[in-house]
Design a protein around this ligand. Structure first.
Ligand code: 5GP
Length: 213
């Protein structure tokens, strides 16, 4: 009968996009996920933004000059990229594709324009929008970070309001009121997504075909 079921959607990893306004805590939630969901692989983005204190090249971001970044775009190395508050941010394509093909789930922590571009290429991805408990709380989180100028804070808040309006394009929305709760909600979503019948259909069809041979 059967053994080699071939590579079906059920064998591939799930692409998870975690998005939401700047300051909502995407980075903190991702960091917490590393311990509560260690099987998820993290995509490291490229950016032209200057490193913040403590950020390490190749760990937090691949820090690039504008010229280097533009070259990556020209060489079609980016799955998506966007300009955000004066800097480029983008997801290197190869790592994402290799991870999915290896059957591992990967998470992209990106802003909304980029997320929508990913959705065009990977409609089967799982798109999660992280919301702040309120707008004043969002502002106080950005201010509390202490890394942004007053002008950047204003730009980020104004972009945030537009970004929240894009939530309708996502599959799930999670309020980041408590980091551990947000993590467990993401894990629950992922568990449910792995059980979607659509992922299994081609595998089952393959089984049927093998049995009828
Ligand atoms: P930050 O400068 O605070 O690290 O990031 C600014 C925004 O860029 C955040 O909303 C973050 O999620 C987003 N971002 C980080 N990496 C990427 C990426 O690869 N692509 C896109 N489109 N946005 C990203």
């Amino acid at each position: 009968m059967t053994s080699n079921v071939g590579c079906t959607p059920a064998d591939k990893g799930i692409l998870i996009v975690l998005s939401g306004p700047s300051g909502v805590g995407k980075g903190t939630v991702c960091k917490a996920l590393r311990s509560c969901a260690p099987d998820i692989v993290y995509s490291v983005s490229a950016t032209t933004r200057a490193p913040r204190q403590g950020e390490v090249d190749g760990v937090n971001y691949f820090f690039k000059t504008r010229e280097q970044f533009q070259q990556m775009i020209a060489q079609d190395q980016m799955l998506e990229w966007a300009e955000y508050v004066g800097n480029y941010y983008g997801t290197p394509r190869k790592f994402v594709q290799d991870t999915l093909n290896a059957g591992k789930d990967i998470i992209l922590e990106i802003e909304v324009q980029g997320a929508l571009k990913v959705k065009q290429k990977f409609p089967e991805g799982v798109f999660i929008f992280l919301l702040p408990p309120s707008l004043p709380e969002l502002e106080s989180r950005i201010v509390g970070r202490g890394t942004e100028s007053e002008e950047t804070i204003r730009s980020r808040m104004s972009v945030a309001v537009d970004e929240i309006a894009m939530m309708e394009h996502y599959d799930y929305a999670i309020v980041n009121d408590q980091v551990d709760l947000a993590c467990s909600r993401i894990r629950s979503i992922l568990t449910a997504e792995h059980c979607r019948k659509d992922r299994m259909v081609s595998k089952i069809q393959h089984w049927m075909a093998e049995v009828k041979k």
